[in-house]
Design a protein around this ligand. Structure first.
Ligand code: OOG
Ligand code: NI
Length: 402
């Protein structure tokens, strides 16, 4: 029996290999990340926020789907890899709104995270939100998405069986991982130019999701121990990074939550079909490179402080103490058994950073109409629609700490 953790590690590695052939700059990013991690971890190869081996293998992916049925397939597929939905992110209300609601599929137990922490931020197009989609466009998008098939039903059936059995048979594991990986390859099928452009006028993300017949990895993000150093080294190599590192500022105190930065990938060649039916070559810039550094998970109290601190990051130390011992004593962050030398690593995402990452890689913001939103997207709605419990991240951190 091949256990979910082994399948997950193989899946993450296969996606990484595939994405590296699709987006060559990603390979550079992984190389530089590996160098930075080696330099940071020191001779012992260890770091309080994770072993060099774990951190260097660590990735998160991002994918985008068009409706709840597609999201349900994703949930069933990822369950075979021991990845379960955690948290609900509503990016429609961000400073630069994106018409999606999201969750993150990831391992939920400490031991599973240690074996392989691969996670995938998964967004669903919010077509029921009238601020982005009028009734006519919504109906056409919903129809387009309903007629396509992102995942072979046989793949999903195998995933359900593997999830129920708690692993795959040795003779089927490689083929299962290969088929799951292929479902996220960039499609070579021609894109209907008029349809893609119509959706782009609403939102580049809407076009990326519903302008094509397939889904794909939008980005795959390695983890680094020192993101400021990574930023410097990438810049020195002539790769233009976005202006800022998203999330908390660099401080002398304990690293908290998640810091991320990215670079825009170059235009990728894509095939198009014009109104006259003729095909031609074009290019799209929708996929990018992202990198992240992870810190200690904050308690709800710590998160409140974080939100207050982010309103005025220059005065960080007014909100957060400078040592793990003080963080633990004040109940601001999670530590295993309350021991300040054993931080519980933050495994999730940050909505403001996610919106910032989306935004920094788009040519323009979504166009938001002055309509009222009568949609009912929520964590409970999504859980019902995909038929899976969505875990509360704080419950998981509490458990990891106890
Ligand atoms: C997802 C953006 C969110 C992150 O790291 O915050 C994300 C997307 O671009 O589809 O991946
Ligand atoms: Ni990301």
């Amino acid at each position: 029996m091949i256990r979910p953790a082994q399948l997950r590690a193989a899946f993450a590695a296969a996606l990484s290999a595939m994405y590296g052939t699709e987006v060559p700059a990603y390979t550079t990013l992984v190389q530089v990340s590996t160098e930075v991690n080696r330099d940071c971890a020191g001779d012992a190869g260890s770091n309080r926020l994770g072993s060099l081996q774990r951190v260097t293998a660590e990735r998160h992916g991002a994918i985008r789907v068009g409706n709840a049925a597609e999201m349900a397939d994703v949930a069933d597929l990822f369950a075979a890899f021991g990845m379960y939905p955690v948290g609900f992110y509503d990016l429609r209300d961000a400073a630069s709104p994106v018409p999606v609601v999201s969750t993150a599929f990831r391992p939920i137990e400490a031991q599973e995270l240690e074996l392989n922490p691969f996670r995938v931020f998964t967004s669903m197009l919010a077509t029921a939100d009238a601020r982005f989609f009028d009734a006519d466009l919504r109906a056409r998008v919903d129809r387009f998405v309903a007629q396509r098939q992102l995942f072979d039903p046989a793949l999903i059936a195998d995933a359900r069986r593997i999830a129920d059995a708690g692993g795959a048979r040795a003779d089927e594991a490689d083929d299962f991982v290969a088929r799951a990986t292929a479902a996220f390859a960039l499609s070579r099928t021609p894109i209907d130019k008029a349809w893609y452009d119509e959706l782009s006028a609403v939102s580049a993300v809407a076009a990326d999701i519903a302008g094509v017949d397939t889904t794909h990895i939008n980005h795959l993000t390695p983890r680094v121990l020192d993101i400021d150093e990574l930023y410097r080294r990438m810049t020195a190599r002539g790769i233009t990074m976005i202006d800022a590192i998203q999330g908390p500022p660099r401080t002398d105190g304990p690293a908290v939550l998640l810091r991320q930065t990215s670079f825009r990938a170059l235009a990728e060649p894509r095939r198009f079909r014009g109104a006259d039916g003729a095909e031609f070559d074009g290019a799209l810039r929708v996929r990018f490179g992202e990198v992240e550094a992870r810190g200690v998970a904050l308690t709800p109290l710590g998160r409140q402080r974080y939100d207050a601190a982010m309103a005025d990051p220059a005065r960080w130390s007014d909100h957060f103490p400078g040592t793990d011992a003080e963080m633990a004593a004040a109940g601001l962050a999670y530590y295993v058994g309350g021991d300040p030398t054993r931080p519980v690593v933050y495994e999730d995402f940050l909505p403001a950073s996610a919106a910032g990452i989306f935004r920094s890689n788009l040519d323009r913001d979504a166009s938001v109409a002055d309509a009222s939103d009568t949609s009912h997207y929520s964590l409970d709605w999504l859980a019902g629609a995909i038929g899976h419990h969505i875990h509360d991240p704080y419950d998981l951190y509490q458990k990891a700490a106890s």
